[in-house]
Design a protein around this ligand. Structure first.
Ligand SMILES: Nc1ncnc2c1ncn2[C@@H]1O[C@H](COP(=O)(O)OP(=O)(O)OP(=O)(O)O)[C@@H](O)[C@H]1O
Length: 872
């Protein structure tokens, strides 16, 4: 982003995701390695709205233009000149279909096993909901469908309805080799930092929690996921959720979304592709996010804000602020990664808000992510527009790591085979070198070896041997000293020590598990040694033994590690095979040199009994046995903990073995549960849109088969075949098991939510009480002022009355005086004079009272009565 000129920008990120329907097939393995991809950023400028164009009311004018390169956005404002370049910028005249064409790759990617995210970000009223869903009042019911799986949308439909239609079209393609597909949708909103199910909780009465589990990722526990049969089902759920969204009128938007919404589509599919061996299980998710709009806190405009609105605004701004911080941190990490692929990423504060936690995978994980930043072109939105452009600019350098989500059906027979192989190898190690495998990962050089468990005397014997070695070393060093030679360092307290040469009782060296080996024999012979040896020799032998043990231990650890990586789907079966073979080769080599070493110690293999060679042979046979055949079918052991539940069905066509579970193929096929670790559970229930749903819950998937009775997508959809199943009625043990644990977890969750609500209520109450107290105090003060005023008024009235009385008395005296003068002049003349004079004086008095006091020229003015307040 640059001011005053076009800046250099990194080229639009390229991705190897399939982009067109024609080329879209899930690659088999090459995308197992995550591909770093930067977030694609699109800018959409909406047109000036009717009320914004009215200059008399808002004096708004268009300040944004998109340049002909379709990437640059320019701000033309007297106070600000700015140009920014993004992946694509859409002018105000663009149609909904133009936007969709640019993001349709996500729906294709989803159908091919990739995760994808599209999220709309921008100021309130800038067009996020319009872009994601469609214009106000967009009514799904008005939409005409060309059949259950071929919905035809009207021109105004936004990204979400368009994606839905495309996804179902993709999944119905014949050339992809899809044998079964299940599509689940969920709709969740983040309102005031709480998560609510938009499809089942319209009143936002029960908040949900976010969890994360290895192999599953981030999920919302307790959220309902609807198994939709077609685009129509899906659109009906979009409509239902939209109706339940928290909205309110703001100064920018009459129906402003007050919550962030996430519409998630999960596709689980099984494919059998032409020419490929066996089936492939793909599971991908698509997050469609419509964020609540950022809004400035305008103290002038927002005087009438109520507590609820203040809380909403604060929470929206806070969560968007955290999103901004996460994007900034990720952007920094992305830049560092571009410079140095081994750079250690910095901390990203995902956990600081529910929104960022929910979007964690989409922002920095395994997802193809597109950001649509929406802008208002109005001049009075300049600040918000610039801040949106900044956010978008940062988002562009955020890297995500897109990976094909292929899940192998768990082959329980294979698991068991590998487990028993590991156990066998452990036993062999015990036989051969008496390595304590229970501490295999913590073995450190020099740890004293334990004697074979079957030989209770071997512990003290070894101890005695160790002591002897130390004594020998001391003796030796004394001799060296006497001869003027430098001393040799002592073995130290942890050095392995051998026993004093003594006669061995063969019976006492019975090897655990009955499998004696040449190494054990050699050890026995070592204990049996008669030939005098120097302490250097002994030490050398000990070091050899120690090194050998370490190597074997390392091999075992590697073997375990590689096996567990396979079970956690980190590596392919092929890789597992290769690694096991390689490790077995090393093991054999190690074992051989181990035996040779003991033979050498024993003086070139002497001292062996007749039975020794036999035993060695037996041991060798065991050791040279090939690693477990990873592809040969084996019987499933029902007693094995790792085995599949009884509802699993053997699939002999599976390349992974005989017990690969498979999903239902719609219409009459036997129903089989998948055992992979997708967390689900709870109940199914019919909804207002007639679609079955499952509840996402916490807990290991392996312990319970908890999968919905999904409405399997069938090209020829028959509504009668799709059940809204409850309580695992159709297959024994395969239903939605609501265990006590689940119930308890749910209750705990509800309790937590209730506590949070109570806390909020208490805070609110406290606030109200304070407010009330303040109002009462204000009332008291006002009352006081009023009383004071009344008192003053009374006082003034009193003074006035006194003044009036005084004046009256004065006048009377004056008249009296005049009358006396009149008497001296004659009555008639005198009376006429009095009357004339009296009128004049009365008028003058009235005038002066009107002016708020006696006039200055009045003959009745008596300054001594003036109270200084300008009258009363
Ligand atoms: N591209 C567009 N063309 C025409 N009208 C649009 C466009 N974008 C948005 N509008 C209209 O602008 C108004 C606000 O849009 P919208 O509700 O989508 O904003 P928003 O960003 O989702 O806001 P909030 O964050 O407050 O929910 C609506 O009346 C919408 O129909």
């Amino acid at each position: 982003m640059s001011e005053g000129g076009a800046p250099p920008f990194p080229p639009t990120s390229s991705t190897n995701l399939p982009t067109t329907a024609a080329t879209a097939t899930a690659p088999s393995t090459n995308l197992d390695i995550p591909t770093p991809t930067s977030i694609e950023v699109l800018i959409r400028v909406r047109p000036l709205l009717h009320h914004e164009s009215d200059t008399s009311t808002r004096a708004a004018s268009c300040i944004i233009s998109t340049l002909s390169d379709n990437q640059t956005v320019a701000i033309n404002h007297p106070n600000k000149q700015l140009q920014c370049k993004y992946d694509y910028s859409f002018p105000p005249t663009c149609a909904q279909s133009d936007i969709y064409d640019r993001v349709s790759q996500c729906a294709t990617a989803l159908a091919n096993g990739f995760n994808a995210t599209i999220f709309a970000y921008g100021q309130t009223g800038s067009g996020k909901t319009h872009t994601m869903f469609g214009p106000d009042g967009y009514d799904v019911r008005r939409t005409s469908y060309g059949g259950p799986n071929h919905a035809v949308l009207n021109e105004a439909a936004g990204v979400i309805p368009r994606s839905i239609v495309q996804i179902f079209k993709e999944l119905n393609r014949k050339d992809l080799g899809i044998v079964s597909t299940t599509v689940y949708v969920s709709f969740v909103q983040v309102y005031n930092e709480q998560l609510y199910d938009m499809l089942r909780d319209p009143r936002r009465s029960s908040s949900l929690e976010i969890h994360e589990e290895p192999g599953v990722g981030i999920y919302v526990s307790g959220l309902s996921e609807y198994a939709v049969r077609n685009a129509g089902d899906c659109l009906a759920l979009v409509k239902l959720g939209e109706e339940n969204r928290a909205i309110r009128e703001t100064h920018m938007n009459t129906a402003s979304s007050r919550s962030h919404s996430l519409f998630q589509i999960v596709v689980e599919q099984t494919r059998i592709e032409d020419g490929a061996e066996g089936e492939r299980v793909l599971k991908s998710k698509f997050n469609l996010v419509d964020l609540a709009g950022s809004e400035k806190w305008d103290t002038k405009k927002d005087r009438k804000f109520e507590t609820e609105q203040i809380e909403e605004l604060t929470n929206i701004n806070l969560s968007l602020y955290t999103l901004g911080r996460c994007i900034a941190a990720l952007s920094k990490n992305g830049k560092a990664l571009q410079k140095d692929p081994d750079a250690i990423p910095g901390h990203v504060p995902y956990r600081e808000s529910k929104l960022t936690r929910l979007l964690q995978d989409s922002l920095g994980g395994n997802s193809k992510t597109i950001l649509i930043a929406t802008l208002s072109p109005a001049s009075d939105c300049l600040d918000e527009t610039i801040s949106t452009l900044r956010f978008a600019d940062r988002a562009h350098s955020v890297m995500t790591f897109v990976k094909l989500n292929e899940k192998r059906p768990v082959d329980h027979a294979l698991v068991q085979r590998l487990q028993s192989e590991v156990a066998r190898l452990r036993a062999l190690l015990k036989d051969g070198g008496q390595v304590d495998l229970s501490t295999i990962t913590g073995v450190t050089p020099g740890t004293p070896r334990r004697a074979a468990a079957a030989d209770p005397d071997s512990g003290p014997a070894l101890q005695a041997a160790l002591e002897k070695i130390i004594a020998l070393e001391t003796e030796n060093n004394k001799l060296r000293k006497r001869l003027g030679m430098p001393e040799l360092p002592a073995s130290g307290p942890t050095a392995p020590r051998l026993s004093t040469p003594q006669r061995h009782t063969p019976g006492k060296f019975a090897i655990v598990g009955g499998g004696n080996s040449s190494a054990a024999d050699a050890l026995r012979n070592l204990g049996d040694m008669h030939s005098p040896r120097t302490s250097e020799e002994t030490k050398g032998h000990l070091n050899e033994v120690r090194t050998s043990h370490e190597s074997v231990t390392a091999i075992m650890t590697d073997l375990e590690r590689v096996t567990s990586r396979f079970f956690t789907f980190d590596i392919e079966e092929e890789e597992l095979k290769d690694s096991v073979l390689k490790l077995m080769r090393s093991f054999k080599k190690e074992k051989k040199s181990y035996i040779e070493m003991f033979q050498r110690m024993d003086g070139g293999g002497g001292g062996g009994s007749g039975s020794k060679s036999k035993k060695s042979k037996k041991s060798k046979q065991t050791l040279t046995s090939t690693p477990p055949s990873l592809t040969s079918p084996q019987q499933y052991n029902p007693n094995s903990m790792a085995g599949p539940p009884s509802t699993f069905k053997k699939d002999n066509n599976s390349p992974f073995g005989s017990s690969s579970p498979s999903r239902t193929v719609g219409g009459g096929a036997e129903e089989v549960m998948a055992a992979e670790s997708f967390k689900s559970g709870g109940r199914t229930a019919a909804t207002s849109v007639g679609v079955a749903y499952r509840i996402r819950e916490r807990g290991a998937a392996a312990d319970k088969a908890k999968t919905a009775a999904p409405s399997t997508l069938s090209p020829q959809h028959n509504p009668h075949k799709v059940m809204a199943r409850t309580g695992g009625a159709s297959v024994e043990g395969s239903g939605w098991i609501q265990t006590e644990e689940d119930e308890e977890a749910k209750l705990r969750q509800e309790l937590k939510a209730a506590k949070a609500r109570m806390k909020k209520q208490m805070e609110m109450q406290e606030w109200l009480e304070k407010k009330e107290e303040k109002a009462l105090k204000q009332m008291d003060e006002e009352e006081e002022v009023r009383k004071q005023y009344q008192k003053e008024q009374k006082e003034k009235d009193k003074q006035f009355r006194n003044r009036a009385k005084k004046q009256k008395r004065k006048l009377e005296k004056y008249y009296q005086k005049l009358r006396q003068e009149m008497g001296a002049l004659g009555v008639e003349q005198g009376e006429a004079a009095i009357l004339e004079r009296g009128d004049l004086e009365r008028e003058s008095l009235d005038e002066s009272q009107d002016q708020g006091g006696y006039g200055a020229g009045s003959p009745f003015r008596d300054d001594s009565f003036d109270d200084g307040a300008g009258g009363y």
